[in-house]
Design a binder for this molecule. Sequence first.
Ligand SMILES: Nc1ncnc2c1ncn2[C@@H]1O[C@H](COP(=O)(O)OP(=O)(O)O)[C@@H](O)[C@H]1O
Ligand SMILES: [Mg+2]
Length: 311
Amino acid sequence: MSLIERAAGKLAKKDIKNFVPGDVLQHDSREKSDRSSLFLSDTEVEKKGGGGSKVARSDLLIDPVNRVTDTKSAKRIDIDLEGLHRKGVVTLHHTKSEVAEQFRLIKRPLLANAFNPDSGIKNGNLIMVTSSLSGEGKSFCSLNLAMSIAMEMDHRVLLVDADVARPSIPVTLGFSPEEPGLLDVIRDPRLSISDVMMKTNVEKLTLIPAGRRHTQATELLASQSMRSILVELAQRYHDRVVIFDSPPLLLTSESRVLAGQMGQIVLVVEAERTTQQTVKESLQQIEVCDVVNLIYNKARAHGSAGYYGYY
Ligand SMILES: Nc1ncnc2c1ncn2[C@@H]1O[C@H](COP(=O)(O)OP(=O)(O)O)[C@@H](O)[C@H]1O
Ligand SMILES: [Mg+2]
């Protein structure tokens, strides 16, 4: 039985008491039936390579609600999918990789919560990916989740780079960090969120960059204007999965503010680094959201035969 099968089996049985590294995370004891924990091992990533991608302006473009829009702000980025694969991200031609398999497990409950009418979850399509500290794998998980859903499911995905102080998606996908994005829409009432959307060569994946740098970038995220954007995303784009790569919970307060408007939260926990106490503190910060999923990231694999690899 594979690690993932064991992890999934434990989840099904809600047996989360005997956590060891490489296993499903034991999280705090609040009895919220929607909380779940998911396991993700560190993947084999080729550190070098991974060329850039091109940003192109198209002459005519259909916007997310299928209107033909003004061509000036319409952008399209060609993601270098082979380069992305080398960075450990799920891509179309490598759907059998271990990371692809793991994200299939991770996305399933998220999509069920978002689109099953019986789930009763408000704004279930708004999913914030956060963590206690930086470097735990928020961007890695956001991008993999977005790619995995966009490639294989019947859902369109909007990936929002909301870690505005440290946006990493431009570097990973190879476009300029100066592309207008979320911060510009928050600051300029004349702009709408659809003005800064970037289509990609993955048909169902659209990006919303963090936007041009601003000294009060993170404070802007907690603004009333941001709240209105979230309402728009939840209502106008209710048929899409909107994934927010967000700031770390214990270093800034913005994710805490955003948590109140998210349908679901994915809390990424870095194996062998983040303590249970830290995780508990983070869970307290996001108590306002009823649906919190945990991803135990960069885990070393342990099986019945003992340690058998570091992914
Ligand atoms: N499961 C994983 N397998 C391999 N590399 C990972 C994994 N999770 C994160 N990383 C790598 O760890 C580093 C930090 O992750 P990142 O997603 O940028 O963290 P954060 O966004 O939380 O600051 C990046 O180089 C990323 O590629
Ligand atoms: Mg990041």
